[in-house]
Design a protein around this ligand. Structure first.
Ligand code: ADP
Length: 250
């Protein structure tokens, strides 16, 4: 089943500025874990952010379960964002809040304004959050403030928060670039494991090609806003990597 179809996607940050995405097309299917690789500035993060409209595309189509999302406004856009979880490079936690409250904030899209103002969450949500915190190995830390945790633990909170909204797609933007190599591999393994178990397709901007090759089944290679490669990980080879990164073939 096709979850996401992107057709001829274009983006620029200002009307007179350069085109950052120059007509990108690809499809994400239900069991895909896509890596988006390419040199710094290639447009990887912009591409991820167009999908949930944190960046407004300047052209093209984005079909999420066959529904065009580039024209959604107001409530419809909020509902789209509820269906798409996001994991961030810098974790985007609220430092002064507890681990539990950070994870529960993943449910805010489902909670009435009044309830969310007083942070009253249904018992089911609390059970769901505890279950996820157990799965990411943080059950002993639920009441700690987010800023008491290590980087790897903070990203685990970010993973639990994104999954708390029962997403139908996960966008993951440089999940490991603030982490050391050992923790990076653990975090990628955890995301992969949770996404597989919960059957959530993923689109992951990742600068580390080794991690991309290890954990992702498909790869999109971007260079200067153009798609250079789109296919199964096993079809990626050294010559293509050199082309994407614009290096001499070694
Ligand atoms: P990548 O994730 O591949 O490093 P980005 O999508 O972050 O690339 O950036 C692509 C290009 O868009 C870069 O030239 C960057 O400077 C530019 N860019 C990114 N964000 C903005 C912004 N908010 N305003 C203007 N230009 C931006």
């Amino acid at each position: 089943m096709v979850v996401l179809e992107v057709r001829d996607l274009r983006a620029r940050y200002s009307a007179s500025g350069p085109e950052i995405l120059k007509g990108i097309s690809f499809r994400v299917e239900a069991d895909d874990f896509f890596a988006i690789i390419g040199p710094s500035g290639a447009g990887k993060s912009t591409l991820i952010r167009c999908i949930n409209r944190l960046v407004e595309p300047s052209g093209g189509e984005i079909l999420f379960f066959d529904r065009e999302v580039t024209t959604l406004r107001g409530r419809q856009l909020r509902l789209l964002r509820r269906d798409i979880g996001m994991i961030f490079q810098e974790f985007n936690l609220i430092d002064r809040m507890s681990v539990m409250d950070n994870v529960l904030s993943g449910r805010l899209g489902y909670t009435s304004n009044l309830r969310s103002l007083f942070r009253i969450f249904p018992r089911d949500d609390i059970q769901h959050a505890l279950g996820l915190l157990d799965r990411v190995g943080l059950l002993d830390h639920v009441d700690k403030r987010a800023d008491e945790l290590s980087g790897g633990q903070r990203q685990r909170v970010g993973i639990a928060r994104a999954l708390m909204q029962n997403p139908k797609l996960l966008l993951i933007d440089e999940p490991t670039s603030a982490l050391d190599p050992k923790i990076s591999r653990e975090v990628m393994a955890l995301i992969k494991q949770m996404a597989t178990e919960l059957k959530v397709p993923c689109l992951c901007n990742i600068h580390d090609v080794t991690l991309a090759m290890e954990f992702c089944n498909k790869i999109i290679g971007l260079q200067d806003g153009n798609k250079m490669f789109d296919g199964p990980t096993e079809e990626m080879d050294k010559a293509m990597l050199n082309k994407i990164y614009d290096m001499e073939v070694l």
